[in-house]
Design a protein around this ligand. Structure first.
Ligand code: ARG
Ligand code: ZN
Length: 858
């Protein structure tokens, strides 16, 4: 059924306390739930208590201590008729964690037991009002074999423990903070901990522990440091203090998502915990810091204040993503972090917003909420809140968030509550700005600068494209940071914030004797697509002179996008190819030579716009043509800048190691150099990459070199892939990289290679990381996924059909690459659509996959 936001009604019952008793076993776990329930005075009364279940059968139901038969099943739900205003309801259930391949609810992973309850997994453990607006205080008792499960963890504090008979033991945990069921967690297994402590701003000493399998303990220090930095930063940046005496993190190798913010017991995908220099890249280190921060920050933005219903998901996710972005920016390079975040937005969220799965950051309806954990809800949601921060300024924004935390602490709130608190606290009028929550689609803003006399006039026009279910849109307030540069001095007259509130508006600026150069959407102040006619020489000027690092990056991107788009659309004569390349080459040379730039930023400026972002620029894209034109440019740059690139590589190779920004920057540009050289001079690149691989003391260098070799066709490809496999055999996260490198390569046979890898003994559909590492990168390959034969599309459709019964949540994630069919050239488009139709026709599709496929065919 379709669930609608407008149908929200409060739950008729409250559940002040919940007691859970688990007798744990990998194949059989029994659960006794005891719920105190009382009528909710703020809801329409009902005598029936509807408790959600998913694949459960009640083994017994008791009301106020007596065995009851006044219950019935309604589909998966349990309905209990209650005569009075307050009762105690007890229910027994039995589950099979080892048989739980969906990884939702209580499941087994490597012999340990763990849970994932968000969004609707708790109902796979016991019958419960499994919705975020029902908050309850939990007490959990678990009992199990001491040998199998020496460590027993749940939310809150451990209040008692002891030994039982026949080698069993037990522990009791109590969480004093009322919470919704999606924040419940339990872990039992053979785990060891990296322990530490943090003292909060008011002197509370918090015991910290990161729990992993014994062989992984040596790779947990970075996660621990990241956790302490997160706790410290949230105090200083948002005034948020931790509220319990313990904080536990557990790393699990079978996990559908990145991590989960369960109250005081965060559960993480191992990918976002484990790191050392030999096995994790600089990117992995950054991702761990970001995700540790993200989950920790949820303690306030998510747990203390949770969501009223799942339509409000962006309330906690958008805000928490913004918080983790600001945290990472503060820990490292602010401009580089901003560029990375915008790159993700443009390559993942923009295509979502322009495709059949487009939805507002606060959706209006869904069938399966798991499908709405999207880049739109997360990343665009963060951008929307960032715009409020930009309009208010940092200080006033902080007053707004202070008010929000204060006003709604302990509540299940809405996005509307958040916006109102920012309005009240920051003193903003956000009446029209609320449209960002309602309307899907990336606004297109066209900008034209006119110069007459001494006045520069900026003409702005916005259009929000139609999206499924939303044919007509209203204008949205769009805050744009701009600067007008003087051509001679290379300086501007001060940055300004203009807010475009109408469909069309003009802004005038006096005092310009000559026509200035416009720098617009600086720092990417609004998540929009700017369309403007701009001369290449102005872009070259901005790439060299703009004092906003993001704008500088943007000018480089625009230069390349304009060039490639012109050639691909036929609007630019192929004879002009050389002059376009020459302009880009000059800009690149300047970037390589610029002594003022740090190497991390240099690496960003040397990154070409990706194929998906380029495809996004065209109404109908030909993936093969995009690939060919982009690779052609790479090869040309590789050849004409060969000596500069070789020198840059040499210079960086001599830089010291370690984790400083300098060392990370040096590693980044080494691989950038190899990428261009590989296109321009494959033999030279093969030699250099093989040497970098052999000399590598870090995974960053080794993986960078292997990535380049994997896309080449020389003998080193096979040698190094084999060496890499043998070197890291048994380390699952590194073997994931080995699969991913091959599946993302530029090699012409990538389709056949991925097919063969699916038969590799290390490949399994049961582990989401492994599935994603093979097939997700593959969906980005022009010559593989988009092979003219349709073989790539068929492979992904086959994967979806095979994975769906095992893990529907992960299977459904593979639908969106096929969903791009309307924006692809006609022959491939028909093949993609055909595969979607084949999936749609399959019997017994999960709700997850069914929803994504039908929306995609729309
Ligand atoms: N709340 C988690 C996070 O972003 C993600 C959980 C997603 N779970 C799911 N079933 N889709 O931090
Ligand atoms: Zn989150």
């Amino acid at each position: 059924p379709l669930i609608r936001r407008e149908d929200y009604a409060p739950y008729p019952w409250r559940v002040p306390t919940t007691e859970l008793r688990f007798v744990l076993g990998v194949d059989k776990t029994t659960v006794q739930a005891k719920l105190k329930v009382e009528r909710n005075p703020h809801a329409n009364p009902a005598n029936v208590l509807r408790l959600n279940g998913d694949g459960l059968k009640p083994a017994g139901v008791w009301i106020d201590g007596s065995l009851a038969n006044s219950w019935e099943m309604d589909g998966d739900d349990l309905l209990i008729t209650l005569p009075g205003d307050a009762h105690e309801v007890s229910i027994d259930t039995q589950i099979d964690p080892a048989g739980n391949s969906q990884l939702m609810g209580l499941y087994a992973s490597n012999g340990m037991l763990c849970t994932q309850c968000e969004a609707e997994g708790f109902r796979r453990i016991t019958f419960f009002p499994d919705r975020p607006d029902v908050l309850s205080t939990y007490t959990v008792r678990m009992e199990g074999s001491k040998a199998d499960f020496p460590v027993l963890l749940s939310n809150g504090n451990c209040t008692a423990s002891g030994e039982g008979e026949d080698g069993s033991h037990w522990a009791e945990w109590h969480d004093p903070w009322p919470k919704p069921s999606y924040l419940f967690a339990l872990v039992a297994g053979q785990l060891v901990a990296n322990t530490d402590s943090f003292t909060t701003m008011n002197g509370r000493k918090v015991d910290l522990a990161i729990w992993v399998r014994p062989e992984d303990l040596s790779r947990t220090d970075h996660a621990m440091e990241s956790l302490k930095r997160s706790m410290q930063w949230d105090e200083q940046a948002f005034g948020r203090e931790y509220d319990l005496d313990v904080f536990n993190i557990v790393a699990v190798s079978d996990f559908n998502m990145g991590a989960m913010e369960n109250k005081s017991l965060n559960i993480f995908n191992t990918k976002y915990v484990l790191a050392d220099q030999e096995t994790a890249t600089d990117g992995d280190y950054d991702a761990i810091e970001g995700v540790i921060g993200h989950e920790y920050f949820h303690n306030w933005s998510g747990n203390r204040i949770t969501c009223r219903d799942w339509f409000q998901l962006s309330l906690k996710e958008g805000f928490t993503v913004l918080r983790d972005q600001l945290f990472s920016a503060a820990m490292g390079s602010e401009p580089v972090k901003r560029i990375e975040d915008v790159r993700v937005l443009r390559s993942v969220q923009f295509p979502e917003d322009s495709g059949p799965l487009a939805h507002p950051i606060r959706p209006d309806s869904y069938r399966e909420i798991s499908n709405f954990y999207t880049a739109t809800v997360y990343n665009k949601g963060a951008e929307v809140i960032r715009m409020m921060r930009t309009m208010a300024g940092e200080e006033r924004f902080r007053r707004g968030t202070d008010l929000y935390f204060d006003r709604h602490d302990g509540e299940a709130a809405t996005c509307e509550d958040f916006v109102t608190a920012i309005e009240d606290g920051a003193g903003l009028d956000l009446a029209d700005f609320r449209r960002w929550y309602q309307q899907a689609g990336t606004p297109k803003v066209s900008a034209k600068l006119e110069h007459v006399g001494d006045t520069a006039t900026l003409h702005l026009e916005q259009a929000v494209p139609a999206t499924p279910g939303q044919p007509d849109k209203r204008p949205m307030p769009i805050p744009l940071k701009i600067a007008l540069f003087d051509r001679k001095s290379g300086k501007h007259h001060g940055e300004q914030l203009v807010t475009l509130t109408e469909a069309q508006q003009t802004f005038s600026f006096a005092g310009f004797d000559e026509s200035p150069v416009l720098s617009i959407n600086r720092d990417f102040s609004a998540p929009v697509a700017i369309e403007r006619e701009v001369a290449d020489e102005d872009l070259v000027f901005l790439a060299a002179n703009d004092d906003d690092p993001f704008a500088r990056y943007e000018a480089m991107q625009d230069l390349v996008v304009g060039h490639l788009r012109g050639l691909l659309s036929g609007s630019v004569d192929a004879a002009k190819r050389d002059s376009g390349r020459a302009a880009i080459g000059e800009a690149f040379r300047a970037v390589i030579a610029d002594g003022e730039l740090d190497d991390l930023m240099r690496g960003e400026l040397l990154t070409l716009p990706g194929e998906t972002y380029l495809a996004e620029q065209m109404l109908v894209a030909d993936p093969a043509a995009i690939r060919a034109e982009r690779e052609g440019l790479k090869a040309w740059l590789g050849q004409s800048l060969e000596s500069d690139l070789v020198a840059m590589h040499e210079r960086a190779a001599a830089a010291p190691g370690g984790m400083s920004a300098e060392a990370k920057g040096a590693r980044k540009i080494k691989t950038s150099a190899l990428v261009f050289l590989a296109a321009g001079n494959p033999d030279l690149a093969e030699t250099m990459a093989a040497a970098q691989y052999d000399a590598a003391t870090t995974m960053t260098d080794r993986q960078g070199a292997l990535m380049v070799l994997t896309s080449l066709q020389g003998p080193q490809r096979t040698h190094k892939l084999l060496d890499f496999y043998n070197r890291f055999k048994g380390n699952a996260l590194v073997i994931d990289k080995w699969f991913a490198l091959q599946a993302s390569s530029l090699h012409p046979s990538v389709l056949e290679q991925v097919k063969a890898l699916a038969g590799h003994p290390d490949f399994t559909l049961k582990n989401p990381n492994r599935v994603r590492s093979l097939y997700m990168p593959f969906t980005g390959t022009a010559q593989g996924f988009h092979a003219a034969s349709g073989g790539g599309y068929k492979m992904i459709a086959d994967l979806i059909l095979e994975l769906d019964p095992i893990n529907p949540q992960t299977a459904a994630r593979f639908v969106s690459p096929l969903g791009r069919w309307r924006r692809i050239e006609p022959e491939r488009s028909a093949l993609m659509k055909g595969e979607l139709e084949r999936i749609a026709a399959a019997p017994k599709l999960s709700r997850d996959t069914y929803e994504q496929v039908t929306r995609s065919l729309g």
